[in-house]
Design a protein around this ligand. Structure first.
Ligand code: PMM
Length: 281
């Protein structure tokens, strides 16, 4: 699987990278507004870095199923102070947004990665904003919007269809001026996918990597993991962290470029285990 590093100064190249999640939202599915205050969000991101996060991913809009959108102005107010503080620390910062205006403001404030779960579908102006900023573009697969995506989780062959739809989105990003070596692909677990679709995509990460770009996996605390935790804990997103770390290890062993997680310390160990395992071959 393709592990070619995208240009990220200072990031390790000998193992899968760990992207720590900082949701500056009042309504994220898994951490319920815990980090909504700017100072609390900055402190949380710094804590994730001390735990070993290589990248911090700052988001100001919840994309959980059924969520309604946030105006870019509000999103910018939420994320830019956090991005600026972390970039000032020397952190590698990613902004999790589907809006061109937010991508532009966050990259101007020091973000080096734009993480767009819609792959340019939500705001067709976003890839050009990424290109202008010279940022790395994490391009995710989704269908519809968070309001409609559950009903769009219908596939004859989820791996082939996600691959084909990502190929289209890569074409649009390239046409907007994003260089191929700055594009990272994400299967978009949970975005218009049910549990079986997510597991099938995870088991076929190599098919996505076959498109020639590094792959990022975002499984952290997602509902499909409830099926592998004890029944009494199934409804509790925080109880999915051990399962998340197991997915991180397996994704890393399969050659993922990065994994995006809420709980960083277990995943850092997991990707290190995977690197040591590979080195032992
Ligand atoms: N999932 C969420 C948000 N952002 N970004 C990427 N690249 N991949 C994902 O799978 C992804 C994402 C939704 O989860 P959250 O509300 O816990 O952040």
């Amino acid at each position: 699987m393709n592990t070619a590093p995208v240009p990220l100064p200072g990031a390790p190249t000998d193992r899968t990278l760990v992207m720590g999640i900082v949701n500056v939202t009042p309504d994220s599915f898994s951490d319920g507004g815990q980090w909504f205050d700017t100072d609390v969000a900055i402190a949380h991101a710094r804590h994730l870095r001390t735990q070993g996060a290589d990248i911090v991913d700052v988001g100001g809009e919840s994309t959980r199923p059924g969520a309604s959108g946030v105006a870019p102005e509000e999103e910018i107010d939420r994320v830019v102070p956090v991005v600026a503080a972390l970039a000032g620390d020397g952190a590698t910062v990613s902004v999790d947004t589907v809006h061109a205006a937010t991508a532009a403001a966050a990259t101007a404030a020091g973000a080096r990665i734009v993480n767009d779960v819609s792959g340019g579908l939500a705001d067709p102006a976003l890839p050009a904003a990424v290109a202008r900023a010279g940022a790395v573009y994490v391009l995710g697969h989704w269908r519809g919007t968070p309001a409609t995506m559950t009903s769009l989780a219908r596939y004859d062959d989820v791996v082939a269809e996600v691959r084909a739809e990502l190929t289209d989105r890569v074409g649009a990003a390239r046409a907007a001026g994003v260089p191929a070596e700055k594009i990272v692909l994400d299967p978009g677990l949970g975005f218009a996918k049910d549990a079986a679709h997510n597991w099938r995509l995870l088991a076929h990460l190599d098919a996505l990597a076959g498109l020639g770009h590094p792959v990022l996996v975002g499984a952290s605390r997602k509902r499909f993991l409830a099926g592998v935790v004890p029944d009494r804990l199934a409804a509790e997103p925080l109880a999915r962290d051990n399962a998340t770390a197991a997915v991180s290890a397996l994704a890393a062993a399969a050659g993922a470029w990065a994994v995006r997680v809420h709980e960083v310390s277990t995943t850092v160990d997991a990707v290190r285990v995977a690197a040591a395992w590979r080195a032992g071959r």
